[in-house]
Design a protein around this ligand. Structure first.
Ligand code: NAP
Length: 246
């Protein structure tokens, strides 16, 4: 596991947007950020899931989060502009953006995947992250210390049979991170890095490995050290790097 211990007030006063915050790794990250003092903007498709995370954060007495129901597959580019306008109006800036939401798509040979299936995975995993990055960047630049985290995978660093569009989308995610990191280097207080969570006990993992005993893999809460490190001031100056959570 990535070796880092976050102090309790690590993210005090920061405004952090997390995609896919309703369940899995995104929910754990949203709760960890709130527990360390951040105001977390919970973005996801399923509002019920987001509300559950909202209630947990509120019940724990952490800063009041915000719920943003948003479908990354179908949202029109205008909706990204409207989202940025809302964040600016309500919060005035953004200090952190965790691109976590993704879909697995079909696990089959490339020759079996339809164009539609391929495009759907690229839409959620890559195009949406591009549009969100692009529209939130002006707000991230208003922060004194802003961090963008992209979520990769081991198949985003070395391709593997049957991982199809998902693997390709994670290579593209690393590319997006590297281009952004190079563009912000030395000219703003924004940094960008990627995290490969490694095998983690979520519904996506169960979908990818139906035969595996889930209890053998760590819960999302266990892989939070790198997510906290990269989001907080201790990683200032760290830019364009690919991290492993485990
Ligand atoms: P998960 O349990 O399947 O959760 C996926 C999240 O993405 C959910 O919160 C879901 O929101 C959101 N999402 C999916 N489609 C969306 C859409 N159209 N609009 C908005 N939100 C959408 O996955 P996970 O295992 O936590 O994975 C989190 C990240 O880690 C992903 O990027 C994944 O590729 C990566 N990863 C995971 C593992 C692992 O072992 N778990 C390993 C390597 C990489 P709703 O609840 O609203 O549907």
């Amino acid at each position: 596991m990535f070796d880092y211990t976050a102090r309790p007030d690590l993210l005090a006063g920061r405004v952090i947007l997390v995609t896919g915050a309703g369940r899995g790794i995104g929910a754990a990250a949203a709760k960890a950020y709130a527990a360390h003092g951040a105001t977390v903007l919970l973005l996801g498709k399923n509002e019920e899931n987001l509300n559950r995370v909202y209630d947990e954060i509120e019940a724990a007495g952490h800063p009041q989060p915000a719920v943003i129901p948003f479908d990354l597959e179908t949202a029109h580019p205008n909706q990204y502009d409207e989202l940025a306008a809302m964040v600016e109006r309500e919060f005035g800036r953004l200090d952190g953006l965790l691109h976590n939401a993704s879909i697995l798509g079909p696990r089959m040979l490339l020759e079996q995947i339809t164009g539609e299936q391929f495009a759907q995975v690229m839409q959620v995993n890559v195009n949406a992250a591009f549009l969100l990055t692009k529209t939130q960047l002006p707000l991230l630049k208003l922060s004194a210390d802003a961090s963008v985290i992209f979520t990769s995978s081991s198949v985003g660093r070395k391709g593997r049979a049957f991982w199809g569009a998902y693997a390709v989308s994670k290579f593209a995610t690393e590319g997006l991170m590297q281009v952004l990191a190079d563009e912000v280097e030395g000219v703003s207080a924004v940094r960008a890095n990627s995290v490969n969570p490694g095998a983690t006990r979520t519904s996506m993992r169960a979908l990818a490995y139906p035969g595996e005993s889930p209890e053998k893999k760590p819960l999302p809460e266990a892989i939070m050290p790198v997510y906290l490190y990269l989001m907080g001031p201790d990683s200032k100056g760290v830019n364009g790097q690919a991290f492993d959570a485990q």
